[in-house]
Design a protein around this ligand. Structure first.
Ligand SMILES: C[S@@+](CC[C@H](N)C(=O)[O-])C[C@H]1O[C@@H](n2cnc3c(N)ncnc32)[C@H](O)[C@@H]1O
Length: 222
């Protein structure tokens, strides 16, 4: 079958820019093969790029918006990534995952989500942690990418303005509960080579942590 015309596919310039640095972090973190669940796949550019580059992995894309599914399938076909499963509808706040159809029958070795937490309502953060605790295999990794502000880490004024804007749009609820049980949390800054206009975008970073069983024990790293 002829791959879809890339010009006809929904396209995120940010995903194009950050996919290589994120892939470098994933390569360093991941075993040669496993099962990956992506939350909030959006256009599907990350799913296509990572699955094509990590052929030992089976990649399950999802999004709350079923309108994304054509793009997700299209980008995977364009990349020749046969290891991308058909997308499933998943609202991160639902339990169990996914939101529709048959529940996932096996645990995942990686749960990956990029650019979800800062654009979604506050309850999505704890829901992601709780869902990861339910659906990760022992020793599995939760990896998130996004614009994170960290205590004591200086950032550009434009980043602070972006943060204030997000807080106006999504007033914060109470902080998620903190508990014990997360192992090997870590942060990888976005490499300096990620091109972005100075002061216009927040500093981005990749966070990873494995969640230990039993699933009820989790910790938010945000
Ligand atoms: C900024 S886009 C990020 C897309 C992609 N991960 C990327 O980095 O290019 C945010 C995505 O989150 C999805 N989303 C928003 N709320 C969600 C929720 N409650 N559960 C799952 N996905 C959600 C949106 O439909 C959208 O595709």
């Amino acid at each position: 079958m002829k791959p879809p015309d890339p010009a006809a596919l929904p396209h995120s310039p940010a995903a194009e820019r950050n996919r290589a640095p994120i892939l470098a972090v994933l390569r360093a973190l991941l075993a040669p093969g496993g099962r990956a669940l992506e939350i909030a796949s959006g256009t599907g550019q990350h799913a296509a790029h990572f699955a094509a580059a990590l052929p030992g992995w089976r990649w399950q894309p999802t999004d709350v918006a079923a309108e994304c599914f054509g793009a997700i399938t299209g980008w995977a076909a364009r990349a020749g990534a046969a290891n991308v499963a058909p997308p499933r509808r998943l609202d991160v706040r639902d339990a169990p995952w996914p939101s529709e159809g048959a529940p996932f029958s096996e645990p995942f070795d990686l749960i990956y989500s990029a650019n979800l937490l800062h654009i979604s309502p506050p309850e999505c953060g704890p829901a992601l942690m709780q869902g990861a605790a339910r659906h990760l295999a022992p020793g599995g990794l939760l990896v998130t990418y996004g614009p994170y502000l960290e205590d004591g880490v200086p950032t550009a004024p434009g980043n602070l303005a972006f943060d204030q804007d997000l807080r106006r749009r999504h007033p914060r609820g109470p902080a998620p509960p903190r508990g014990r049980g997360a192992a090997r949390p870590g942060r990888r800054p976005a490499p300096a080579r990620t091109p972005r206009p100075a002061g216009q975008q927040p500093a981005a970073g990749v966070r990873a942590g494995s969640l230990e069983c039993p699933p009820a024990r989790y910790q938010s790293h945000s």
